[in-house]
Design a protein around this ligand. Structure first.
Ligand code: MN
Length: 266
């Protein structure tokens, strides 16, 4: 090893401390804590916020299953307000889609029946446990349009064997999302048309008012099972007429009050 003039240990420590302080102040998210540096830097998952230079850092991705009666029926369950159930996707499954862009979305491995599920997504600025429904919306920072992309054949296959569906729901790029809009500007979403078209043909077409469990109720129920925190996002379930896409298909998602979101399957 090449010998260089070596600074004293005290100098090294002082330099390191100053560098750490500068890094923490300038670059790290407010929630970061001082401590050992990671040996390999891992990118932070974040979602752009419309009208803000700051981004929304994602902590966890929760999804609610069968939250529209007609979709519950098509998936074989009773729509009569059986308790909501939840699953998670890995945080780095996020695929951000900018407004006006047609984002290329890779057709995933292993599946021959790849399905679209258009959904409203709520993004939390705070959380807690056992949050009462009447306080739940106080924790929502904003909303986005999302796609809970699903390898349906794998999900169904695992369900038939009473095994976890994870491989059907939790894979790279499976959490497609548009930018977040602050609820302070848009208000909360309790009703409004939601739709998805494939190559110009409308496939899913419903209204948020048909959700079995509202966003507030979803947060309340979810917080009984998990301590929710800032950075958590919740895919709130899809309406009926989920269906397959193939390479080359262009999907156009619409939610009343938000800009459209579009992807092309490649
Ligand atoms: Mn879904």
């Amino acid at each position: 090893m090449k010998k260089t003039s070596s600074p004293s240990r005290r100098d090294l420590l002082a330099t390191a401390a100053a560098a750490t302080a500068a890094t923490m102040a300038e670059a790290a998210p407010a929630s970061a804590q001082a401590g050992p540096k990671p040996i390999f830097p891992v990118p932070m998952t974040a979602i752009p916020i419309v009208g803000e230079t700051s981004v929304f850092q994602v902590r966890r991705i929760y999804c609610i299953g069968r939250n529209y009666a007609a979709h519950a029926i098509e998936r074989g369950s009773d729509p009569n307000r059986e308790p909501p159930f939840f699953f998670q996707k890995p945080t780095d499954a996020i695929q951000n889609v900018a407004v006006g862009e047609i984002a290329e979305h890779p057709y995933p491995s292993l599946t021959k029946n790849y399905h679209h599920e258009v959904e409203l997504v709520a993004a939390l600025k705070s959380g807690g446990s056992n949050i009462p429904p009447e306080k739940a919306l106080d924790h929502v920072y904003g909303y986005a349009l999302g796609l809970d992309m699903t390898r349906r054949d794998l999900q169904n296959g695992m369900a038939a064997e009473k095994k976890p569906w994870e491989i059907g729901k939790s894979f790279d790029h499976a959490a497609v999302i548009g930018p977040i809009h602050a609820a302070s500007k848009t208000g909360h979403f309790e009703k409004g048309a939601i739709s998805l078209a494939v190559n110009g043909t409308v496939r899913q077409n419903s209204d948020l008012s048909k959700m079995i469990w509202s966003v507030a109720e979803q947060i309340a129920k979810l917080s009984e099972a998990f301590e929710l925190k800032a950075g958590d996002i919740i895919y709130s379930g899809t309406p009926e007429n989920v269906g397959p896409v193939v390479k080359g298909d262009v999907l156009l998602c619409k939610l009343e009050g938000l800009p459209d979101m579009s992807i092309k399957i490649v």
